[in-house]
Write a protein that binds this ligand. Structure first.
Ligand code: DQA
Length: 151
């Protein structure tokens, strides 16, 4: 597949985000991942972009998706979940592909336990949106599309 003229965005969800809806709803909200993906797809359409959403519980799979994104996608919205705080491999993949990327988190990671305050991903993204629940994704997608349209 090659890049076409319309913006093509990849949304990546890291480990345990497949459990959204039932997983600690007091922290992550009650919206299931499928509903977040559907909202994002409709927002992308409104903004004139196409979107593919993928979730994995495996670091290597996320790394491969990031590596392969360069051929097909114009930018990435990523919630690396717990890998945010541990994964040099995902950070290195983002550095390597140099695609514009927005990091998103449902919860405000900076207001939580200290081990969640550090993001290994943050130095390699345009910006980070955290703390707005499912809306963090929508804000991230808007920010990425505005960035791409301006560049
Ligand atoms: C998260 C925050 C991470 O610390 C946590 O490990 C997650 C989800 C969030 O979206 O708030 O799984 O990325």
């Amino acid at each position: 597949m090659t890049k076409d003229t319309a913006l093509n965005i990849l949304a990546l969800h890291g480990p345990n985000l497949n459990l959204l809806g039932t997983r600690e709803p007091e922290i992550y909200g009650a919206v299931p991942l499928a509903a977040i993906d559907a909202q994002l797809a409709s927002l992308a359409k409104t903004l004139g972009a196409s979107l593919q959403c993928r979730q994995s519980n495996h670091e290597g799979e996320l790394v491969e998706w990031i590596q392969n994104a360069q051929a097909t996608f114009d930018g990435i919205v990523i919630n690396p979940a717990a890998y945010t705080h541990t994964s040099l491999a995902i950070a290195d993949a983002l550095r390597a592909v140099k695609l514009p990327c927005i990091e998103v988190h449902l919860s405000n990671i900076f207001a939580r336990e200290t081990q969640r305050h550090q993001s290994l991903i943050a130095p390699h993204v345009i910006g980070c949106i955290a703390g707005f629940g499912a809306n963090s994704y929508a804000l991230g997608l808007r920010a990425l599309i505005e960035h791409l349209n301006a560049s």
